[in-house]
Design a protein around this ligand. Structure first.
Ligand SMILES: [Zn+2]
Length: 282
């Protein structure tokens, strides 16, 4: 049973919200420089991620990478690490706090403490037209975690081995040539590439719906540091019905890595290192 409302309940609810993290003072990426650099790119590598599986890829600092839909509508779960220090990895919670529930061109993927700096900047998004739909859904979320066999077991029982968490774990273990148990703790909450999600207004529950992505669509990033990435082609396919099973029809995803002619890192003036002194009040 819920408590009785106080007399001023409506007045309390009517108070306007304030943005937790106004981003006016956040250092802005030099999008004009990135836009100019991406006009002249040379492909140096590509990796095709099979359905219900994951692959790793490497992107040198100053290069671009692109995740493309091929063959059919499919969402991907992306992990990013500093290739030279895996303890620095994508921090979806702080990225969400800074940029909102879904990210697009001009926004950045921030790294874990004590670094808190951009790992990658989104430089192109062919789904930027989607906006926020009538259900409150949008594309490329940082609100979900990654589908995983532990939650699946809690809710439905059984052993399913092709959740994104397991796919990413296998891909990272193969890349590092270490046992699965050594790779697994490095796997973290993802950027849900192409996934269309939101929270229901009535219960606040995380929802998904059929992704608007179609073959030819892509999301493109600039690597701010040397990156190790891993991408899982989610067993949910376009995530219109269910995940954590072999029911949905799934498609591969293509990752391409490009070298720009422009030395972007040299051309820009900003320094991304976080300036907090780490004395924590002592
Ligand atoms: Zn998944």
């Amino acid at each position: 049973m819920t408590h009785n409302q106080p007399d001023d309940a409506d007045a309390r609810r009517a108070i306007k919200p304030v943005i937790c993290y106004p981003v006016e003072t956040l250092p802005h990426p030099d999008m004009a420089l990135y836009t100019q650099a991406r006009r002249d790119l040379r492909k140096i590598d590509e990796v095709l991620v099979p359905p219900r599986d994951a692959k790793s890829f490497s992107v040198p600092a100053g290069h671009f990478f692109r995740i493309s839909s091929v063959e059919g509508s499919q969402v991907g779960d992306l992990n990013l690490w500093n290739a030279n220090d895996l303890s620095e990895r994508f921090y979806s919670g702080k990225t969400r706090a800074l940029h909102g529930t879904h990210i697009t061109k001009g926004q950045q993927m921030w790294s874990s403490f004590p670094h808190l700096r951009p790992l990658a900047t989104i430089t192109h998004d062919t789904l930027d037209w989607y906006g926020i739909d009538d259900f409150g859904g949008s594309v490329h979320d940082v609100i979900g975690t990654r589908c995983d066999p532990y939650t699946h077991h809690l809710l439905k029982g059984g052993q399913y081995h092709h959740c994104c968490h397991s796919n990413l774990t296998r891909a990272l273990a193969a890349h590092l040539d270490v046992p699965l148990a050594e790779a697994e703790p490095h796997v973290h909450d993802v950027l849900n590439v192409f996934m269309c999600t939101g929270f229901t207004r009535d219960t606040g529950q995380y929802f998904m719906k059929a992704s608007p992505v179609r073959p030819g669509d892509y999301l493109e990033f600039f690597a701010e540091v040397d990156l190790l990435g891993a991408l899982s082609a989610c067993p949910g396919g376009d995530c219109s019905a269910e995940h954590s099973s072999d029911v949905a029809s799934c498609h591969p995803l293509l990752v391409e890595v490009f070298a720009p002619k422009t030395d972007v890192l040299r051309a820009r003036a900003d320094n991304h290192a976080n300036g907090y002194d780490r004395t924590h009040g002592l």
